[in-house]
Design a protein around this ligand. Structure first.
Ligand SMILES: Cc1cc2nc3c(=O)[nH]c(=O)nc-3n(C[C@H](O)[C@H](O)[C@H](O)COP(=O)(O)O)c2cc1C
Length: 190
């Protein structure tokens, strides 16, 4: 089964973006995928900002990205783009660091004014890193995410839409896995 990694880029200890990513990972784990969550904020800040790729925690994080078949990349909108924290980590990846991978982009934000952040800010970076297939992402309003002491919750109508994106991502991963194993190629719908 393909391995999945959620990479989240919020500096917040009570991150709504992380709630959304965990929700997505639970569904993918339920479908049989191996999942893990890497919150960039948990990496040692000085090593991250000084690009010390050889330090153990940074090395392990980079290896986790390299070994994943699929990446859920989730970030809050900060000043109309992804966070600087996420970019600091992406800058440590090799130029083709997402080559061969299937990627699901997720963005949370406070206003629909920045709904295009996925397409105008995040997608170009994912393409530059060689992502094989970036599936349709979702922008989630922060007001739709509740987080408290438990695992956090999403509004039901939002959950349905989010899970549609997750299921498309899972299908793309299975197709990539079948192709890599020499299975039947996907045919276009008539
Ligand atoms: C420094 C900062 C900048 C932000 N800039 C934007 C913005 O430009 N557009 C927007 O829609 N929301 C913006 N927000 C709101 C966050 O994107 C939103 O609350 C998000 O869900 C927070 O995610 P988190 O809880 O994972 O950190 C900003 C929040 C902060 C703290």
């Amino acid at each position: 089964m393909p391995q999945l990694l959620a990479l989240t880029g919020s500096p917040s200890a009570h991150s709504r973006t992380a709630v959304v990513a965990d929700h997505v990972l639970r569904r993918l784990a339920h479908s049989g995928f191996e999942t893990a969550h890497l919150a960039v904020r948990e990496l040692p800040a000085a090593d991250l900002l000084s690009a010390r790729r050889g330090e153990p925690e940074i090395r392990r994080a980079l290896d986790a990205v390299a070994e994943a078949d699929g990446i859920v990349i989730a970030t809050p909108v900060y000043k109309a783009a992804y966070t600087g924290l996420l970019k600091a980590f992406l800058d440590l990846l090799p130029q083709d660091g997402l080559a061969g991978k299937t990627v699901l982009p997720l963005v949370t934000g406070g206003s629909l004014a920045h709904v295009l952040t996925i397409d105008y800010a995040l997608r170009p970076v994912l393409a530059a890193l060689g992502a094989r297939h970036v599936t349709a992402g979702r922008f989630v309003l922060d007001s739709a995410v509740e987080h408290g002491s438990g695992p956090g919750r999403l509004r039901p109508e939002l959950e349905l839409d989010l899970f549609q994106a997750v299921d498309e991502f899972a299908d793309a991963l299975r197709a990539a896995d079948a192709t890599a194993r020499g299975g039947p190629a996907l045919t276009a719908a008539p």
